[in-house]
Design a protein. Sequence first.
Length: 626
Amino acid sequence: MERTVFMDKLKELPDKPGVYLMKDKKGDIIYVGKAKNLKNRVRQYFQSSANHGLKVQTMVRKIQDFEVIVTDTESEALILEFNLIKKHMPRYNIMLKDDKSYPYIKVTLQEDYPRVFMTRNVKKDGARYFGPYTSVATVRQTLDAIEEVYTLKQCSKKMDGKKINQRPCLNYFIGRCPGVCTGTVDKEEYRKKIDQIVDILKGKDKVLLENLSRAMEEASANLEFEQAAKYRDQIQGIKAIGEKQKITSESEHDQDVIHFAMDETDLCIQVFKIRSGKMLGRETHMLEFFQEGDDFLNQFVKQYYYNRTMIPREILLPYEIEDQESMEEWLKSKRGTRVSIMVPQKGDKKKLLNMVEENAKLVLFEHQNKRKRKVLNEVFCRDWLMEKLDLEESPNRIESFDISHLGGKDSVGAMVVFEDFKPLKKAYRRFRIQSVQGQDDYASTQEVVFRRMERGVKEEKEPNSKGSSFLPFPQVIMVDGGLGHVQSVQKILDLYDKNITVCGLVKNDRHRLEGLVTSKGTVEIPRGTPVYYLLNAISEEVHRFAVEYHRKRRDQGMQKSELSQVPGIGPARQRILLETFQSVEEIRSATVDRLASVPGIGVDVANKIVAYFHSTLEDEEEQREI
């Protein structure tokens, strides 16, 4: 854009709230910001750069044009800013990891008989969500502890408590479900358990424990020792759920405490979540470097709370942020009550901030050390492999192949890819063995490698607009086996003008990695070194991937063979049923109406399916009686 036109646009900026979008010479959006007053805010970027950080100075030099969107209020500008950042992914904006990747604990309060389980998808469906949590293990431990204390409905079937003509599932018989489907579970009593669980997850278990203690004492005084024992077990279980919750604050308010640590290359932001005085967890966010004085904390707070379902009453920050007032109004609309963003200068809240800052420094230090160790490990692996395999270049791409079968049946092949010594799962490929009958690992491996090479050559000649599936070619191919496997694969590679080295991963009788076999002999892999851990990881990963695929193929074959016994069910209907219900067990428990609703099934075939499984169920019961 010409300089005069650019300056005219600056003069015409409105004195209103809104969002501004900075663009480079290609027209790409490189930064999105929000302003209380667009004229004042945007002009600041093009005034003296003495007060700007290095990042802002670099960004301003690349700005060739800008665009503004006016809004009625600051809150509207705040929401619009976030949506535009998510849409355009500007280079100079902070980009947090999507919250959907974090686990939540979901309580389905919208159901007559709610369930409690882990999910990664937050929806506006009337359920109550707790989280997000950064550790899946923590979520599972909590759910396991809840399951030990409370017996809840496990399945997703909708039930209103009325007795239905259905046998309870296995969970009922092993004590993991109260058997709602039997119509014998009181809805009010069930809801009381759910209310207690919600209080526990909110960290408000003090009153609950007091009530249960009184109830236990009353039951004991009335000589109801069995009931008193149940209360005692509940009290112990609830204490076990909360025993890892550290008391950190005298305040009964819900708080988030946010602080950071930074160096020349990294920025670590820590969020401690305190509920009713108990620290329920913390989150760590490692971001690309932003200079101190930049608005990274302002951007972080906006994005962090945008998709959050649990907004605390207080948010403690190390310093004031630019959009603090509008942020408080926006968060108030999400929470339903007042939210305070505070910058404590002394007292317990200041101590909390200092504690979070120390933790951020510790995590940053560990991150730096981990990165240094990673670089050293990669250098060791590269140098060792280049020396032992006589490589002319660094093995940036390694592919490993394995075959899996059961007595020569349902043979499959697997290919895993390690790029820069890390697994590249989007490049993994699976193969059904087509040309080999029976058990012949050499021929099966040759088939898989041949098909992989042919696909790569074809993609070189006819590039796919959507990207390549088998390019680039690797520097090294590893097979699970000895010299015979290496020689069989080398025969295939000799057909192509590609510089690819083949080696075999040899294991001992205890299935532990021992050596690396090449056409020149066996190389011992030094135990306890980075290269041993790398090669062992490759060996275990390709074996896992192959066995997993073989098991899936075998299970599908077994399921289809059982469905083939049903009159009127051919291969096409077998496929449709398994795609709809995922397993034979789900088909077995489905009603006639549900089966008939599947495209291509109909009422007549549905009746045949129900009749078949009903007859097999009776046969199984007779066998158990005998």
